[in-house]
Design a protein around this ligand. Structure first.
Ligand SMILES: Cc1cc2nc3c(=O)[nH]c(=O)nc-3n(C[C@H](O)[C@H](O)[C@H](O)COP(=O)(O)OP(=O)(O)OC[C@H]3O[C@@H](n4cnc5c(N)ncnc54)[C@H](O)[C@@H]3O)c2cc1C
Length: 386
């Protein structure tokens, strides 16, 4: 069979792309080296923050508004409305001039997003578990929430298959090439050779290898997530009493955390944004020493004293970061039949649903109406001397 599009990598971005293409009636073939919803890449750890008042850039907000709609569309298609995206509310905490607070406020006011600004005394009164030791402000965002990464990857893949996609798991891609006349691509895996009209490359932390010809300046970083058993028990740490939070204690110290999860493994998940040493998927230290949390515990306790508490478990994940921390999404600069999605810099998960739509547009029409200029792959390429 001649396929319309091959998708390499069926993690966060690739599973959403396969779903969007199959839903449009396209003939899709997808390859994933591991299983659907595996825990060896960047889309695991049971929770991801989604929010709209984006401090990383006001340009992201239209994409986020569409991302929410498409997460809900996925829930409807899968018959699980309200189960994949949980609105919990979120606190963006920092000094008045901090990127986290001021940037969130800028996006919220520019796009008229529902929000409240809380002075320190308001924050302490309204959310008493938060007792910052510094004079900080908080932006409370009503629409912030939590996505379950493993479950949403599995749902995107399952819905892609229901709409007719042919997805091959445990089948690593060894290499690919674009046909020189621009008419198609060939992909070689451990099991065979396949052709299609267009290709989407969404390889996460493995992207630099799949896109070696572009020499993208991607840095893979080890990032650890920790689950703690808060003082007094986890029950008090449920939303809406305990919303998700991102706090900027100083420009380089940004702890964040989630409302408590149900179940015997529960606990409160916390982590430190962009804290990890560089690695590759092969050299990543997947074991987490218990002492690693000891180094961070003080940051959480300085904000939420009850989190000065025992560690339940921890797991490592990978960020794939670009120099400007904006994504790389667009057509391959040398091959118009190839779309690339990489470098999500530790903040990509919430966008998977809309990136699926963007990549489906690029693969089937060569363009998209979504604003993706900020993510142009060629911004990191040396200018040609002509
Ligand atoms: C600890 C941590 C916390 C985070 N928190 C948030 C958050 O709260 N909110 C948020 O929005 N984002 C967050 N992120 C970032 C977000 O999770 C990532 O940006 C997103 O998961 C990246 O998706 P991806 O599809 O690029 O990568 P992945 O989901 O890893 O998918 C890439 C896939 O490609 C496959 N692959 C690679 N090479 C091949 C090959 N040769 N053949 C076949 N398959 C291949 C891999 O196996 C993998 O499944 C966090 C990330 C981490 C690590």
């Amino acid at each position: 069979m001649i396929y319309d599009t091959i998708v390499i990598g069926l993690g966060g971005m690739g599973s959403a792309t396969a779903y969007q293409l199959a839903r449009r009636g396209k003939r899709v073939l997808g390859f994933e080296q591991y299983t659907s919803g595996h825990t060896l890449g960047s889309s695991h750890g049971e929770s991801r923050i989604i929010r709209q008042a984006y401090f990383e850039g006001v340009e992201y907000v239209p994409l986020l508004l569409r991302a929410y709609e498409l997460w809900q569309q996925l829930e409807q298609d899968a018959g699980c409305s309200g189960e994949l995206l949980h609105i919990t509310g979120g606190l963006m905490i920092g000094a008045a001039e901090s990127a986290t607070f001021a940037g969130s406020l800028h996006s919220a006011t520019t796009h008229h997003l529902p929000h409240e600004v809380l002075e320190l005394a308001d924050l302490r009164r309204r959310f008493p578990l938060f007792q910052p030791q510094q004079p900080l402000l908080a932006l409370y965002e009503h629409n912030a929430g939590v996505l379950h990464p493993e479950r949403t990857v599995q749902t995107h893949n399952a819905q892609a298959q229901r709409f007719g996609a042919d997805l091959h798991f445990a089948e690593p891609v060894q290499h690919w090439h674009a046909h020189p006349d621009g008419s198609g691509v060939t992909v070689q895996t451990t099991r065979g050779s396949y052709t299609a009209n267009t290709l989407v490359i969404s390889g996460g932390a493995w992207a630099a290898r799949l896109l070696a010809d572009l020499e993208l300046p991607l840095v893979v970083e080890r990032q650890v997530m920790y689950w703690v058993q808060p003082q007094g028990g986890a029950a008090a740490f449920a939303a809406p009493n305990f919303p998700l939070f991102i706090a900027e204690l100083s420009p380089d110290v940004q702890p964040y955390g989630f409302p408590a999860q149900d179940g015997p493994d529960g606990g409160v998940k916390v982590a430190l944004f962009r804290d990890g040493p560089p690695c590759t998927p092969e050299t990543l230290e997947r074991n987490v020493a218990p002492t690693e949390f000891d180094r961070l515990r003080g940051y959480f306790a300085a904000l939420i004293p009850a989190l000065d508490a025992p560690l339940l478990r921890a797991t490592a994940c990978m960020y794939t970061t670009t120099p400007d921390e904006h994504f790389i999404v667009g057509l391959h600069p040398h091959h118009p039949q190839v779309a690339v999605a990489a470098g999500f810099s530790g903040h990509g998960y919430k966008f998977c649903s809309v990136m699926g739509e963007v990549l489906a547009d690029l693969a089937s029409a060569g363009s998209t109406h979504h604003p993706i200029e900020l993510f142009a792959p060629h911004r990191f390429m040396a200018p040609t001397a002509d």
